[in-house]
Design a binder for this molecule. Structure first.
Ligand SMILES: [Zn+2]
Length: 81
């Protein structure tokens, strides 16, 4: 009987510890902040250089492919004239 009590007590401790560690993981999981530039100055680009622009929001310009922060559409690849 004593062994059964010890095992059940251990199970409660393990369950409690597992619960605690899972909540800690949720707290530490942060949303990745994007360092992407969406107000790229295309006048500084050389002719033939590639940049990315939103079809719906022409002011959204980036030097990397991605999605528009305003409407979520994929940015279109463009070449500086
Ligand atoms: Zn957009």
């Amino acid at each position: 009987m004593k062994i059964a009590i010890i095992i059940s007590a251990a199970a409660v401790i393990i369950a409690f510890t597992a619960c605690n560690s899972s909540s800690t993981k949720t707290d530490s999981a942060k949303v990745e902040s994007s360092s992407q530039i969406f107000n790229l100055d295309t006048t500084k680009l050389k002719s033939g250089e590639t940049f990315y622009q939103c079809e719906m929001d022409p002011e959204v310009l980036s030097d990397k492919p991605g999605n528009c922060p305003k409407c979520g559409m994929a940015l279109i690849e463009r070449t500086k004239q």
